[in-house]
Design a protein around this ligand. Structure first.
Ligand SMILES: CC(C)(COP(=O)([O-])OP(=O)([O-])OC[C@H]1O[C@@H](n2cnc3c(N)ncnc32)[C@H](O)[C@@H]1OP(=O)([O-])[O-])[C@@H](O)C(=O)NCCC(=O)NCCSC(=O)C[C@@](C)(O)CC(=O)[O-]
Ligand SMILES: NC(=O)C1=CN([C@@H]2O[C@H](COP(=O)(O)OP(=O)(O)OC[C@H]3O[C@@H](n4cnc5c(N)ncnc54)[C@H](OP(=O)(O)O)[C@@H]3O)[C@@H](O)[C@H]2O)C=CC1
Length: 429
């Protein structure tokens, strides 16, 4: 899309939004046939995706707007059930674009495959043998996946660790091979698993041990994406709070998360509020991304904040987020789920590296959205106002009643299902 800045998009009806997107040539006729269908994922496709299928489970798909990342516009598809997340991401993206946008970067897409060897007679000798045969083993693995080499990827390096060397350890001693594999634009789990399974017999032969696990690691700490924003305080000001007050509140909120795991978990949940919906919409494995993100948050031996917030000498608020980001633009169900295909088209990313960068930028925005609300009005004002519609529906409101009940809940400052049920009964009389 030429611009992701569409003021008041949320005040339009769904039909008006679709018409506007048509005018912006965001979707082809075929895309629209899937995206606007009541049931975009057919039962047949679903039945081919997983086991024991009895139906499908749709989620709302919204657009995170206003994202300017490395000077490129992105309307970000977000699949999520929770109200206020898309609004919050768009709200912060709007502020950040006025400050010049997000800057992002990503490392090479190097993922890790692990091979576990137990029962070696001499673990140090076994380690030496593996390292002396490193090049041969790397070449061997690459013969198991020649197409990856053709794309410029493949196994690149190999490392060996010995675990549980302490004689008092209650666990068995084991040799762990780490194979570093560039999976190009795929998340790479199946690719890596194929390669490490192919290598296992050679490893057994060289070490004299027994290989058990041969699987990727979901902590790909050489496959990182980083996002950064620099925001002058005046852009953060609200009716009641100066920009400096908001900035300082955000920094204090960060310091709280950095010092206390109980807070860090909630803080990081707020970041994943932004990340998961994009990972899901693009057909990627959100369990893998979640697991890797939390491992990274604990990399210093203590679970802490995924983001960092500080101020520079000019008083600008600086936000940074670095996460492992094992996502792909091909592979898995990405080209199987029709809506995920459309999401990729809308995002218009050229590579998995670029997708990873968009995702961390959304995570950073989402974190600031939550912290800005928490450090000022509190989360209930913005979030609960948007949640009131779900509350009304949960209480049995339908059609026009939803808006009426939702508005009453906000006015009476009692956004809860019990209250909504009373209002529904009253409305029906
Ligand atoms: C909800 C807002 C954004 C309102 O904030 P606001 O200041 O009232 O927004 P605004 O009316 O000034 O609008 C500014 C922009 O926000 C967007 N926007 C504004 N409203 C909408 C809407 N309805 N739908 C879509 N987009 C919306 C939109 O882009 C708009 O620009 P415009 O288009 O007008 O030029 C703000 O209160 C907010 O960000 N709150 C935080 C919400 C949040 O974090 N929700 C997550 C759920 S809570 C949670 O799970 C995580 C948590 C909080 O526990 C994490 C933690 O503890 O750290
Ligand atoms: N622990 C975990 O996280 C696990 C996750 N999984 C699942 O694995 C799936 C992801 O595995 P993944 O290996 O990515 O998927 P695939 O098995 O679908 O492999 C990706 C395929 O994409 C093709 N391809 C086309 N273009 C490119 C390109 N530019 N770069 C790289 N590959 C390309 C390759 O086929 P070709 O080379 O033949 O053209 C490759 O085989 C996810 O569904 C995930 O849920 C599975 C096991 C464990």
């Amino acid at each position: 899309m030429q611009t992701s800045r569409i003021p008041g998009f949320y005040n339009m009806t769904v039909d008006e939004r679709r018409e506007l997107l048509s005018k912006m040539s965001a979707f082809s006729e075929e895309d629209k046939a899937y995206l606007y269908a009541e049931k975009p994922l057919s039962t047949d496709t679903a039945d081919n995706m997983i086991e024991n299928v009895v139906g499908t489970f749709p989620l709302p798909l919204g657009l995170g707007l206003n994202f300017l990342i490395n000077d490129k516009e992105y309307a970000v598809p977000m699949a999520i059930e929770e109200p206020s997340v898309v609004a919050s991401a768009s709200h912060i993206a709007k502020i950040v674009r006025e400050a010049g946008g997000f800057t992002t970067e990503a490392t090479e897409r190097v993922m890790i495959g692990q091979i576990q060897v137990v029962g070696c007679q001499d673990f140090h000798k076994a380690k030496e043998v593996i390292l002396s045969e490193k090049d041969t083993l790397i070449n061997y693995m690459n013969t198991a996946y020649p197409s990856l080499i053709k794309r410029g990827g493949g196994a690149e390096d190999l490392d060996v660790r010995i675990l549980n060397e302490d004689a008092n350890s209650k666990f068995s001693q084991m040799l762990i091979l780490h194979v570093y594999i560039n999976t190009c634009d795929a998340m790479g789990a199946n690719i890596i698993n194929t390669m490490v399974e192919a290598l296992a017999p050679n490893v057994e032969e060289l070490t004299g041990g027994k290989v058990y696990l041969r699987i990727l690691s979901n902590y790909p700490d050489r496959c990182l994406a980083r996002a950064r924003c620099i925001i002058p305080p005046d852009l953060l000001a609200t009716e009641e709070f100066t920009g400096e007050m908001v900035r300082d509140g955000v920094i204090h909120a960060y310091e709280f998360a950095a010092s206390d795991p109980y807070r860090a978990v909630t803080h990081n949940k707020g970041i994943m509020n932004g990340i998961d919906p994009v990972v899901i919409a693009t057909g990627n494995d959100w369990r893998a991304v979640e697991a890797g993100a939390h491992a990274h948050a604990a990399r210093n031996g203590r679970y802490g904040s995924m983001t960092e917030w500080s101020k520079d000498d000019e008083g600008n608020l600086i936000g940074e987020l670095e996460l492992p980001m094992s996502v792909g633009t091909v592979g898995g169900s990405i080209r199987v789920h029709p809506v995920s295909k459309i999401a990729h088209k809308l995002l218009n990313v050229d590579s998995a590296q670029e997708l990873a960068q968009v995702i961390v930028a959304v995570g950073l925005a989402q974190n600031l959205g939550a912290l800005k609300a928490l450090a000022t009005d509190g989360i209930q004002k913005g979030h609960m106002a948007l949640h009131s519609r779900s509350v009304a529906i949960a209480a049995g409101a339908t059609g026009e009643m939803i808006d009426v009940i939702s508005q009453r809940l906000i006015e009476e400052k009692e956004i809860r299902v019990g209250k909504a049920k009373e209002l529904v009964e009253e409305y029906k009389k």
